[in-house]
Design a protein around this ligand. Structure first.
Ligand code: BG6
Length: 501
């Protein structure tokens, strides 16, 4: 059964921002820029959502000419979109300039100053610094930014910084201190692109815009929650980064924690950035810390070996470029978490994330308790629990499974699904990066992480990282194309439950 979406009022669409900007990207030639940032900027430009009087300066280590950098941007756009409007692409490319330098040596300051000072009325622009770089470079880049004089004139400045924010609690606190030497908290946009995904935002709308679900959203009616962030891709050319991050710092400490918070937080008093972020921080503080004994029983770390995905042979993690051939880095994690508060006491949150799994799938499954009595006789022994599924990708949909009577003389239960599917909507929806860039330009911090939240997430994560660091794993322990190590499958079986997929 499908539910159509009828809007009560005309959606106003995405506002066009009128304020021009100068965007200075650090790491403009890196993987993230090529895959996400440059295509997002192009699409916003094509949709006419960016002020035309805006410019982009990219800073990178490689010695490239202007023309070479524009070719990189062009290649990135053309590998992201099937159809390109050449005129639009040409005008977009003209917005780019390139400066090379090594941030450790504070190189390039003069060139950046010179570029910015060429703008006559600099104070009409907001200057946005974008750190599309690994966390280890942040300190030097911030020092470099601090040393810019940018013509010594007043202008509005902001900074966008990519996750992971630091590599543990101490470094996250240091990073925040360094950021605050230059920027005020409301000028800092810490990106976790999961928060920009339409279906992720819909979690809050769904919960707090429908009075029928909220009374059930607690330990009395919910049996357990499963969150899966599965990828079929490997680490690509990011071996250097991934060897330091692994799945724990790449996905669990940020994307996974944000999903947990959105699904479990209390209603905010209003929909303003800080009210929502206050509620999320309370969840980060309340996720139960775990003893070593608990971790041994309830957490699983894995690393993929060779295997097959979609009939293609896949190399193991230890054979990837820039990966140690004896690496102990986890590419898969699953675990049972709990939240110590009145609403969630006793409700397990089973979380799982990994690379080179069977398919790409991000979803949150809320499993409700089964009815208290088996009223319908033997045929009904296996009546299924109601499930509410937020599918985040590849499909963007929300579905609710309910039990109906199958027509006939016997009491056969028949589960059916009520679905709301975003692909059926005739509207333009922005990708996560597009949405977050627009929000930053507009000055809306709602979908960005706040300092205290980041620190709380690390405080939860540090002991887990420490625990796994002490173990001498016999990796690999799952084959590419599988759903993780066998211990992960057993994790729910022990509780008489099973992973949805
Ligand atoms: C990034 C991680 O934050 O998220 C990547 O660094 C991961 O390793 C990516 O592949 C997944 O994003 P998405 O939007 O494809 O689920």
């Amino acid at each position: 059964m499908d539910l159509d979406m009828k809007t009560l009022c005309d959606p106003i669409g995405i506002e066009v921002n009128t304020q021009p900007f100068i965007l200075i990207i650090f790491g403009g030639g890196g993987d993230l820029s090529k895959k996400k940032l440059l295509p997002a900027l192009y699409n916003l430009f094509k949709l006419d959502k960016l002020n035309n009087d805006s410019y982009i300066l990219s800073y990178g280590r490689k010695n490239r000419t202007q023309a070479e950098y524009r070719t990189l941007v062009k290649t990135s756009i053309e590998s992201s979109f099937k159809e390109i409007e050449i005129d639009v692409e040409d005008s977009f490319l003209e917005k780019f300039n390139y400066v090379n330098g090594n941030s450790e040596k504070l190189e390039g300051i003069e060139s950046i100053n010179k570029y910015v000072c060429k703008f006559k009325d600099i104070n009409k622009y907001q200057i946005i610094f974008y750190l599309a770089t690994p966390p280890t470079l942040a300190k030097n880049i911030l020092k470099l930014i601090q040393n810019l004089d940018l013509c010594d004139k007043p202008f509005k400045k902001k900074i966008i910084i990519e996750k992971p924010f630091g590599i543990d609690t101490v470094s996250a606190i240091n990073l925040n201190d360094n950021l605050h030497k230059i920027f005020k908290e409301d000028e800092i946009y810490r990106i976790d692109h999961y928060l920009g995904k339409e279906t992720v935002q819909n979690i809050l709308f769904f919960r707090f815009g429908n009075s029928i679900f909220e009374p059930l959203w607690n330990r009395s009616f919910i049996d357990h929650i499963q969150i899966t962030v599965a990828e079929d891709i490997g680490i690509g050319s990011r071996g250097n980064f991934y060897e330091k991050a692994g799945v724990l710092k790449d996905i669990i400490q940020n994307h996974m924690m944000q999903l947990i918070a959105l699904v479990s937080m209390e209603p905010p008093t209003n929909f303003e950035a800080d009210c929502i972020r206050d509620e999320k921080v309370k969840i980060f503080k309340n996720i139960s810390s775990m003893s070593e004994e608990y971790m041994t029983e309830n957490l699983v770390l894995g690393q993929y070996g060779p295997g097959k995905i979609k009939q293609k042979d896949i190399a193991g993690y230890r054979n990837e470029k820039n990966v140690d051939s004896n690496s102990n880095v986890g590419t898969f994690f699953s675990g049972k978490f709990h939240i110590d508060n009145w609403r969630w006491a006793g409700v397990p949150f089973y979380v799982r994330a990994g690379k080179r799994l069977n398919k790409k799938l991000t979803e949150i499954v809320i499993t409700f308790k089964t009815p208290p009595l088996k009223l319908f006789g033997n045929t009904c022994r296996d009546i299924l629990a109601n499930e509410l599924i937020f599918s985040i990708q590849p499909e963007e949909k929300i579905s609710l499974s309910i039990n109906m009577k199958y027509p006939g003389v016997d009491n056969y239960p028949h589960p059916v699904e009520m679905n709301f599917n975003y692909s059926k909507l005739d509207t333009i929806s922005l990708t996560a990066y597009e949405r977050l860039i627009v929000d930053c330009i507009k000055g809306d911090l709602t979908l960005f992480a706040r300092q205290d939240g980041i620190e709380e997430m690390w405080k939860f994560m540090d002991p887990i990282v420490e625990y796994f660091n002490k173990i001498n794993f016999k990796f690999p322990n799952y084959s590419a194309g599988d759903w993780g190590p066998k211990e992960s499958k057993l994790l729910m079986k022990k509780d008489d439950r099973k992973w949805k997929i």
